[in-house]
Ligand binder design. Structure first.
Ligand code: CTP
Length: 405
């Protein structure tokens, strides 16, 4: 989303303080953010707050000194998205009826950008037929309305009307900012480590944080795919919009993957699956005993190999990850062939800035024809975007081959 331009329109509701966090989330993604406030909004939060967070001047007075004469026309035409958060009943009414009596309402009328409205108000106001009809009018005109949350409101009542959390608004904005190039595709992603129990209190696991797989699932949702995320235990929050299947052991993961396999167009196996598990899980905690204790391990199923075997002529694209500490290329290539994959993403997990637990990664994409593509050190979100680009291209090439183009 780097380089996109977003206008954040703040109107006069108590939830305006939450919009400060939304601006921070957008700026963190290198999005250019411009903030416009209504007069009422400035009574709740000062323009200075948004100026500091966005790094840009905030316009709150149509005839003030903050902007240039044509900003109310240009802003909505130069940007990719306008987010109105919080959107009051009054502002929603003005939008629905084409009233432009201040900078923000005029900007919205002149806009060509997509618009996301996040209503926030007292429950009785929100459920009032006038407000509901105005929202319906906006939806019919292509405006996206993010349903408010339910819960305790600032006015002391309970019900719908709460401004969704900034992260939720950000996710919805990300979907609107991303091209929906994966829409219609079903993508299954595995992530995280597996956990193989030794006894009721101990287990074998690995250092995988799940960050790479979660980044892929999140990016795929934003780009319009139907996403199934099968993940071992992590501390991460499941991406909104993905079907989340939490698992513990490799055998659980295998079961969940095969249960969700029907209709998949792309499978991306970013999970670090434990190759072995204890032969038996003791019923009770194993007590301290002799100096030397041996644990007998048995092989876990190789989920990706099984998927590769069942693939045959299916158009489903199979992408694996190879975590290596030596001979990166040779080892990854061997896995690509033995597991019958379309592509393998190789990463050197001995590096401090790549692989497990980091926010960055540096990978090589290896294809069946022997072609190798190097990526520079990137954030896992950027790597996720590339993995999806490459998988989509492979799928399209496969479909072309099948149809003889
Ligand atoms: N994988 C799997 N099931 C396993 C082991 C691995 O599905 N039991 C998948 C991983 O999700 C990954 C790929 O196979 O996409 C490669 O995993 P990796 O741990 O790098 O290699 P292994 O096949 O386990 O081989 P080795 O441990 O010997 O390097």
């Amino acid at each position: 989303m780097k380089g996109k331009e977003v206008i954040v329109g703040v109107t006069g509701g108590i939830a305006a303080y939450k919009t400060a966090e939304l601006v921070r989330l957008l700026v963190r993604e290198d999005i250019l953010v411009r903030v416009a406030m209504t007069f009422s909004a400035t009574q709740f939060v000062t323009p200075l707050t948004f100026e500091a967070l966005s790094g840009n001047r905030v316009v709150h007075d149509m005839f003030g000194q903050e902007g240039t004469v044509m900003d109310h026309i240009r802003w909505g035409q130069d940007s990719d998205l306008i987010i109105i958060a919080p959107a009051t009943a009054n502002f929603i009414g003005k939008m629905a009826h084409g009233i432009g009596d201040d900078f923000l309402s005029t900007c919205v009328i002149a806009a060509t950008a997509r618009i996301l409205v996040c209503p926030s108000m007292n429950t009785r106001m929100f459920t009032n037929p006038a407000v509901q009809q105005n929202l319906e009018l906006l939806r019919k005109r292509g405006v996206t309305v993010l349903e408010p949350g339910r819960g305790e409101l600032a006015c002391g009542t309970e019900g719908p009307g709460r401004l969704p959390e900034p992260e939720e608004i950000f996710e919805q904005a990300s979907i609107l900012l991303s091209g929906q190039d994966l829409s219609g595709l079903k993508i299954l992603v595995t992530a995280g480590p597996t956990m193989e129990p030794i006894d009721p209190v101990r287990y074998i696991t690995n250092r995988s944080s799940g960050k790479m797989g979660f980044a892929i699932a999140r990016a795929a949702v934003r780009r319009g795919a139907e996403v199934i995320l099968v993940s071992g235990p992590t501390s991460l929050q499941a991406p909104q919009g993905a079907t989340f299947c939490p698992v513990k052991t490799a055998e659980d993961m295998e079961r969940s993957v095969f249960e969700n396999l029907t209709g998949c167009d792309i499978i991306i196996k970013a999970a670090a699956v434990s190759d072995y598990r204890p032969r038996e899980c003791a019923d009770q905690k194993i007590k301290k005993g002799p100096e030397l204790l041996s644990l007998e391990l048995v092989r876990n199923p190789d989920i990706l190999t099984r998927l590769g075997e069942t693939k045959k002529e299916s158009p489903c694209i199979l992408v694996g990850f190879a975590a290596e500490t030596e001979d990166l290329l040779a080892n990854a290539e061997k896995k690509l062939r033995s597991k019958n994959l379309d592509m393998i993403v190789a990463n050197d997990v001995s590096r401090k800035d790549a692989g497990f637990e980091t926010d960055t990664n540096m990978v090589k994409f290896i294809y069946r024809d022997g072609h190798v593509e190097d990526s520079p050190l990137m954030t896992k979100d950027d790597v996720a975007g590339l993995v999806l680009d490459r998988a989509r291209a492979l799928r399209e090439a496969g479909l072309d081959r099948r149809s003889g183009n």
